[in-house]
Design a protein around this ligand. Structure first.
Ligand code: ZN
Length: 235
């Protein structure tokens, strides 16, 4: 009987020891899931991006050849898609406008108001969203513009241009170009994205389609992520 009691207590002791010794492992096994949760930050975590829907209010911008939709309306839809994609990647996004409005009744003060939003937010990056137009309806393809002397903006434009070519496979693969736009006058990486030609009937149809808008925004977001990786390598 004594033997049995002894062996039972020995068994309890052994089980206790095994449990005690394996407890840290159990804890450790549970930890990675929690850590993964904590480190599951998007690639754009901590990056503040101003997304500007070009034109608005009295300034309609270009007009689509078939549907006669104003550029300002498509820009706003697209800017919201940009916001969705960039926020999903962890960025903090500020839209210059979320409705059909201008910030002044003249072009320059209107643009100044938009630039000031980026200044006040101490933004890291600015993306201005536009639609292209040309008298030849065959012209097509998205194209990104940057300010000539800005190396960071040039790199960002190249990354976005390439991502759009890879992901959207446009009929015409354009190259990023230097352009003298007032919206690109800040010191932060800034680009103007001409999402496509609304003077081209086929491309107009795509640009009005929410599914294509989403794909385009996701391609732009991928380009921004690539840019951040390259910036990190450079530093
Ligand atoms: Zn425009």
């Amino acid at each position: 009987m004594r033997k049995i009691i002894l062996s039972v207590s020995t068994a309890i002791l052994i089980i206790g020891c095994v449990y005690f010794l394996s407890y840290p492992q159990i804890q450790a096994a549970q930890k990675p899931a929690k850590m993964a949760e904590e480190t599951e930050k998007g690639p754009l975590e901590g990056v503040c991006i101003v997304v500007d829907a070009g034109h608005g209010g009295y300034d309609g911008g270009a007009r689509a050849g078939q549907s006669k939709t104003w550029e300002k309306e498509i820009n706003l839809q697209m800017a919201m898609q940009f916001r969705n994609a960039l926020e999903a990647a962890g960025a903090r996004v500020i839209l210059t406008r979320e409705e059909d409005k201008a910030f002044a009744d003249k072009k320059r003060p209107d643009l100044d108001a938009r630039l000031n939003m980026a200044r006040e937010a101490d933004a890291d990056m600015l993306l201005s969203v536009h639609m292209n137009q040309y008298h030849n309806a065959r012209e097509s393809g998205p194209q990104v513009f940057y300010r000539k002397a800005q190396q960071d903006s040039r790199l960002l434009a190249g990354c976005i241009q390439q991502a759009m070519i890879d992901d959207l496979q446009p009929q015409k693969a354009r190259a990023a170009l230097a352009g003298d736009y007032y919206m690109l006058s800040l010191d932060i990486p800034s680009v103007l994205v001409e999402c496509g030609f609304i003077s081209n009937p086929e491309e107009e149809k795509m640009l009005l389609d929410a599914g294509y808008q989403k794909r385009l925004a996701e391609a732009v977001c991928r380009g921004v992520c690539e840019f951040m990786v390259l910036c990190g390598v450079e530093q």
